[in-house]
Ligand binder design. Sequence first.
Ligand code: ATP
Ligand code: MG
Length: 415
Amino acid sequence: MIQLIRGVKDILPGDAGLWQYIEREASSLFENFGFKNIRIPIMERTELFSRSIGEQTDIVEKEMYTFEDRGGDMITLRPEATASIVRSYIQHRMYAADPVQKLYTIGPMFRRERPQKGRYRQFYQIDAEVFGVASPLMDSQIIFMLMTLFSRLKVSDCSVRLNSLGCPECRTAFKSALSAFLESRSVSLCEDCQRRRDRNPLRVLDCKAPACRQAMEGAPAIGDFLCADCRGHFDAVMQNLARLDIPFETDKNLVRGLDYYTRTAFEIQTTLLGAQSAVAGGGRYDGLVKMLGGPDTPAIGFAIGMDRLSEIVAAHFGDFSRKPRMFIAALGSACQALAFEWVNRLNSEGIYAEMDMADRSLKSQMKQADRQGAARVVIFGDTEMAAKQVLVRDMATHEQTTVPLESFTEYVTKM
Ligand code: ATP
Ligand code: MG
């Protein structure tokens, strides 16, 4: 038997119903906030990701699924959606119609990480991006939108962690202070951070290794290096969040793993997931559109980890699989033909009805109806047909009623 490859999973019908529910809630909420759906490809030129995410990041250095296609092009399975949406914004000159574009997409992402609970090699994100709005009002609004989604999905335990990464100017000063500090702590850092120390010092702040956490105590904080504009932006975001009654905590070590972030960076965390505590992350990336060849355009976005979110939501919601409103049990070919007509009519008119197609006995049809969780069984038998009526059995109360065939349509409508 051929099995799944490591780090990927099937989302089986029992769970997929819940996924669809989450996707519907997210789509309808985001659309209330003015977001439009966009669908971008799963593969892109490798260069798109290496340039935007950054050569020195974990994703680009060791997590991308990259291959040479038969024409010799280097192709990568997308590790995230932001870069592709930015490419699309530029390529289709969306800014020409209106620089302000709010876009969202839902789909699979690919990263070759070490598989564990809450961490897969094909995972799913709900991703939203806003272009053309520099105001801190937008930063607060998308965090508000995210938290509203989580509260609709009854995810009670989640908190916003917030930081500002400044702009390239204030970050340069911070980076040199940080590098000097890292020099002094060098021996205590983990192997990965030894490497990051020179190439991507900010990432050391984000390292989860206990040794690094300890070594980084007393490290300089980006907050102390923010220029007046970045400071003002950050303060405004916090004030707006307070106005919207969104609690948050600032976290000076929150840096996010990608190079393109500027100013606001945030994460939504929960204690419900064990080690993989981040359900969503995002931030501002004011320089990326220009860097990828578009006009100078501020932008901000976030991605929700669907796999992790659905796991939390599953704890509050029961079975999402749809149960038949009725099962038509037919006996004999004439009755079966009639049942067949009815089932198709009901199905096409929006009522989930089932029937048996294997000429089973009444007893096993009843069992089948029970197994499928049908609310009622409608019996089409010779006796009933002769009397021009059907027998309806309520599967919960076991009550039986007869309904004249001529008023069956009316009965179904009332049901
Ligand atoms: P983490 O710190 O958990 O590695 P990240 O910073 O790499 O997260 P982002 O790139 O910001 O993650 O993606 C946003 C969200 O996508 C994360 O908060 C998480 O919920 C989810 N996510 C990221 N990587 C994975 C993965 N390999 N498997 C499942 N979900 C993931
Ligand atoms: Mg990661």
